[in-house]
Design a protein around this ligand. Structure first.
Ligand code: GTP
Length: 243
């Protein structure tokens, strides 16, 4: 018993065209323990989004195994699997409704209090409250045009309201300033049940304090460790750090 949200990648390879196709991920192995934050960094096209898309079974592995809490994900119905996790995609997808409706999209039966709690963690409560209509503010098309970073924070609130065991952030704080991003991460760390978090990022500062960072290059893991470990052992990581 105990904490949930462990993820194991065991020699995972993946091609969008199935066996014999061009591999996008090659022999990926790593473990993310319950409550850990694992950062994933690497150049564009390295395979980061493809890697996390395998966890909720948007696609299935071509070779190898992914386990969530010890179970091969192929033995779990996608619907059940996705109930455990929340994914904030690279492109925010807010619809033309109120802020409340947009956040509740993560969990239709969420109370107003739960919505507000999620928004506070995502550092969205303040700017939402500062609008005349608050949570009833309409998003887009005749409503308030929130900034890119604000939309990302609403998307994170939408994910958090679901109270997931696993949270996957696919470059979802790219438009959020570093200080606010830090506050979001602090809130996630304080999250009650201990949230397993997979964090894709372009900037080193976003993943620096992760328990473990995976450096992907051209579909392969070229480094895995803490920031300090990678700074001394991984050339690709050093190059990203210097860029
Ligand atoms: P950025 O999001 O740009 O930072 O890249 P990434 O590291 O997330 O890489 P991603 O997983 O998006 O892409 C890895 C490789 O898979 C690239 O060569 C893409 O062109 C390819 N790819 C991504 N999505 C698809 C898809 O839906 N179909 C096919 N056939 N290839 C894809």
């Amino acid at each position: 018993p105990g904490k949930k949200g462990r993820i194991d990648f065991e020699q995972v390879s993946f091609s969008y065209d199935g066996e014999g196709g061009q591999p996008v991920l090659k022999q990926i192995s790593f473990t993310c323990l319950p409550g850990e934050t694992v950062g994933i960094i690497g150049s564009t096209g390295a395979g980061k989004s493809s890697l996390v898309g395998l966890i909720p079974r948007f696609y299935d592995v071509t070779e190898g195994t992914i386990r969530v809490d010890g179970m091969d994900v192929r033995d779990i119905e996608p619907k059940r699997l996705r109930e455990k996790m929340a994914i904030v995609p690279q492109k925010t997808m807010l619809f033309t409704g109120t802020v409340l409706e947009n956040i509740r999209w993560g969990k239709a039966e969420a109370t107003h209090e739960e919505v507000e709690q999620a928004a506070r963690m995502a550092q969205a409560h303040e700017f939402i409250s500062a609008t005349p209509d608050g949570y009833e503010t309409r998003v887009g098309q005749g409503g308030v045009n929130f900034s890119g970073g604000q939309k990302q924070r609403i998307s994170i609130a939408r994910a958090l309201v679901k109270k997931p065991e696993i949270l996957i952030l696919d470059d979802s704080t790219s438009a959020v300033d570093v200080a606010t991003e830090g506050k979001i991460k602090d809130a996630l760390r304080a999250y009650a049940a201990g949230l397993t978090c997979i964090l894709i990022a372009q900037r080193i500062t976003s993943v620096m304090d992760a328990d473990k960072i995976i450096v992907l290059d051209n579909g392969e893991v070229v480094g895995i460790g803490t920031h300090d470990e990678l700074m001394t052992s991984c050339q690709v990581y050093q190059e990203i750090f210097q860029s």
